[in-house]
Design a protein around this ligand. Structure first.
Ligand SMILES: O=C(O)CCC(=O)C(=O)O
Length: 380
């Protein structure tokens, strides 16, 4: 590799320090206490430690519609795979925590198709823009709030490498413009998440330097970037013996994460699917850092308390297809790739940003021009 291409690959690493943006100094002044808002010590913990676990935040009525929407997605996926002869049965006698695993046994990678489905049902929108939740986000970034284009449904089927996310800083997936922007995440499990079923771990205070460490791609047989523990210790001053914190989150709770904090998810060693959503926000007047592929969406503005969210553009903008197009010049098109509806690979610009140290089915298709989405069958 030439020196120039090496430096291009490593362009995401930065020695610049941006601690003020992510630490206590960034904390907005909130004068009026609003429903749902967290006590001061928890907001302080978010900035000081880089994360905070919030228990008992959501009601059953706020979370159950998300589970129902996911059940519907799984059903549509089962029908589609069954119609195509890819799975033996519909497995409709299995419930929310088991059915996708059964489907996955017949068609490995089914969970990936669902992960990248990219459709935001009303229930997810309602959760993302929940009044009380936005009141908390206001405590972190102030009264002007946009939804970040990167949101995820995690389809964490048991003992599956594809759903075990290695150490990373969220900024590693984005372009350098995001390095200057506080983009908090709410990680919301749809069951009691614990070490056995693959909850999250964080590196306590690992955001404090304000640096983005050198990541690599891709982890094992996945599309994920990865941050070596040695690099985390060297660049982000993480003490691997003391700073790693396991974060169980009960159903109804959430884990709030700073976008600079190194985190990972543990393997799911249980028999149930560990479903979760991760949703992000930021100031609407700052860049999303998503390579210009998709912009954020205004949720709240201090200029207009009656602002109505307009989802039209956001809904129509398929980020998974754009991610793939953005890296389409890297290799020749692969001939005879499988039906696009059942493509179980993922590509994205982060694969060009970091050094590619492992090649797998995701990286070899960096240039495949197939569509990324599968289309739900219309059902009477
Ligand atoms: O849910 C997971 O397993 C990983 C989530 C994650 O890494 C993230 O939200 O950045």
């Amino acid at each position: 590799m030439s020196n120039e291409s090496v430096s291009n690959v490593l362009a995401g690493f930065t020695d610049e320090r941006n601690p003020d943006i992510f630490n206590l100094k960034a904390r907005p002044k909130v004068t009026e206490k609003k429903p749902g808002q967290l006590p001061d010590n928890m907001i302080q913990q978010f900035f000081e430690d880089g994360y905070v676990i919030v228990k008992d935040f959501f009601t059953k009525e706020e979370l159950e519609p998300c589970k129902k929407a996911i059940e519907r997605f799984v059903d549509l996926l089962a029908q589609k795979l069954h119609e195509a002869g890819k799975i033996k049965e519909l497995y409709d006698e299995y419930g929310f925590f088991e059915r996708l695993t059964k489907i996955e046994n017949d068609f490995p990678g089914a969970n990936i198709i669902l992960h990248k489905y990219g459709v935001l049902p009303q229930a997810f929108k309602d959760l993302w823009t929940n009044e009380r939740l936005l009141n908390v986000v206001e405590q972190l970034i102030g009264p002007d709030i946009a939804g970040h284009p990167v949101w995820n449904l995690r389809t964490k089927t048991p003992q599956n490498e594809a759903t075990t996310v290695p150490w990373h800083q969220d900024t590693a997936y984005l372009d350098r413009n995001s390095y200057k922007v506080l983009q908090p995440t709410a990680w919301i499990p749809l069951l009691d998440a614990n070490a056995d079923n693959g909850c999250m771990q964080v590196a306590h205070k690992g955001h404090k330097t304000g640096k983005v460490a050198r990541h690599q791609c891709c982890y094992g047989k996945t599309w994920y970037v990865m941050l070596e523990e040695e690099e985390m210790a060297k660049t982000l001053d993480v003490d691997l013996d003391k700073d790693i914190v396991t974060c169980p989150v009960p159903y109804g709770g959430m884990l709030l994460l700073n976008n600079m904090i190194p985190h990972r998810s543990l393997p799911n060693m249980s028999k149930r699917i560990r479903w979760s959503l991760d949703l992000r926000w930021q100031n609407p007047y700052q860049p999303a850092g998503f390579y210009g592929m998709k912009e954020h969406l205004l949720f709240r503005t201090s200029k207009n308390p009656d602002h109505k969210i307009d989802w039209t553009g956001f809904d129509g903008d398929d980020r998974w297809a754009k991610q793939k197009d953005s890296v389409a010049d890297l290799q020749d098109v692969l001939p005879n790739a499988e039906d696009a509806d059942f493509d179980t690979t993922i590509q994205g610009p982060w694969m060009k940003k970091w050094e590619l140290v492992h090649h797998n089915q995701h990286t070899t298709k960096l240039n495949d021009s197939q569509q990324l989405t599968w289309h739900a069958p219309t059902k009477a």
